[in-house]
Design a protein around this ligand. Structure first.
Ligand code: TTP
Ligand code: MG
Length: 411
């Protein structure tokens, strides 16, 4: 059972229609028009971002561009300019860091700020009587100052959620969208969440929503009536988290960190091995885990590196790059396997194998040739189902290709 004594003040900041809003700042003539970032309507990709004007026509992120075009043919369709988004993202986070040293960047356009002790939620009379001063004043005033600082630095509008934990702060910022501030006071978490749909809880995807509906659960309040044991049986460890979240409880700390420049996974074998099949199977497994992380950040990676450490502790690394960024296990694995071939020249046992994916970029859909585009989109749909199943049943629920060989082995 989680300890509920932790009482933090957390701000969750999230830019409104981020990619589309950056385009509007760069091209003011787009202001007030429906803007869709993801590619031309003829492309096979999906919508990465839609301005709130476009959303009025029903356009949403992750919707095929062709469908977005049918809903809103007058929209301005743009391919997206990742370098600009990264530049704006850096400036948003820089503004956040002038409010708190503990800023956790959760994606390109969202961050958690630990403001515990920096703001004072008491009324002004109590504050004066106490004589103690906090760095900032009232949480709502402070959030307003933060919004203004970000607006001054970037021209962008953000929404802010304030709460005693990350979960509720994130839901609150969504509730405040676009352009607002929502504060859920300590003790008000359960009431705030009660009427929401279970799908509004971060991490609860479509598959979980469907399974919960079989238990007659659609609202968060109904989720609380399901015995914790049953949730645990149905969803594994995730069931416990779900139960805690239903009550608005979350003890995760805000961790000062930035978006990664590379994502690596490695493992040391329990017994040194010169069996190429075993090394290859483990490599697939590591690639799958690293690729999953790339996808969960909505990113793509272009460069794959494979590392082997032999029993003499010598380390050998080889890297290769794809023509375009990608996010799918099998694409990275093909490259990794070729690199393994090139590294497999020593008659010596292997102690450790590792993979690193780098040259990360935001995934804004892509326009390859027709065939490649369709294959990429098919792979994208396939992997999003795989990820959903793994979120529900754990990583071992689906093993592909060579990873089958190492099921049950420690990673
Ligand atoms: P979000 O914050 O989820 O969306 P948003 O900023 O466009 O809109 P909102 O006002 O609801 O916050 O994601 C931030 C950016 O990340 C978004 O502008 C585009 C990108 N993105 C993708 O590339 N693919 C995706 O599937 C999603 C959800 C976002
Ligand atoms: Mg956003």
């Amino acid at each position: 059972m989680m300890n509920q004594d932790v009482r933090r003040t957390i701000f969750h900041v999230d830019a409104d229609a981020f990619f589309a809003s950056v385009e509007e700042v760069l091209h003011p003539r787009l202001r007030g028009k429906p803007v869709i970032v993801g590619g031309p309507p003829s492309a096979r990709g999906v919508v990465a971002a839609a301005s709130y004007e476009a959303r009025r026509f029903g356009v949403r992120a992750a919707m095929p561009l062709a469908r977005a075009y049918r809903l809103c043919p007058q929209a301005v369709f743009l391919p997206g300019s990742f370098h600009e988004y990264k530049r704006f993202s850096d400036r948003i986070f820089e503004s956040c860091r002038s409010f708190s040293p503990v800023v956790e960047t959760a994606s390109l356009d969202e961050a958690f700020l630990d403001m515990t002790g920096a703001v004072d939620a008491r009324d002004p009379a109590a504050r004066r009587a106490d004589g103690l001063r906090t760095l900032f004043g009232h949480p709502l005033e402070t959030a307003e100052q933060l919004k203004q600082a970000i607006r001054a630095a970037t021209g962008l509008s953000v929404s802010v959620g304030i709460a005693a934990n990350k979960l509720v702060a994130k839901i609150a910022s969504g509730f405040a969208k676009p352009g607002g501030i929502a504060w859920v006071k300590w003790g008000g978490e359960a009431a705030f969440l009660a009427g929401m749909n279970v799908g509004d809880i971060p991490g609860v995807g479509r598959a979980t929503v469907e399974r919960l509906s079989l238990l007659n659960v659609d609202r968060v309040a109904a989720l609380r009536t399901i015995p914790e044991k049953l949730l645990r049986r149905t969803f594994g460890v995730a069931g416990e988290t779900l139960f805690q979240y239903a009550w608005g409880r979350d003890n995760r700390a805000v961790e000062a960190r930035t978006l990664p420049r590379s994502i690596g996974r490695e493992t040391t074998f329990e017994h040194d091995t010169c069996d190429r099949e075993i090394v290859s199977a483990m490599l697939w497994r590591l690639v799958a885990r690293a690729a999953r992380q790339v996808r969960s950040l909505h990113m793509t990676a272009r460069t794959v590196s494979v590392k082997l450490r032999f029993v003499d502790f010598s380390i050998h690394v080889k890297s290769a790059s794809l023509p375009e960024g990608d996010r799918h296990d099998h694409v990275f694995f093909q490259v990794a396997e070729r690199l393994l071939d090139r590294l497999w020249h020593r008659r010596m046992r292997v102690r450790l194998v590792g993979v690193t994916l780098s040259k990360l970029s935001q995934d804004v859909g892509r326009q390859g040739d027709f065939f490649q585009g369709r294959r990429y989109e098919k792979a994208r749909a396939l992997y999003s189902s795989i990820d959903r199943i793994r979120d529900r049943f754990g990583f071992a629920a689906i093993a592909q290709g060579r990873a089958v060989h190492c099921l049950g082995k420690p990673s």
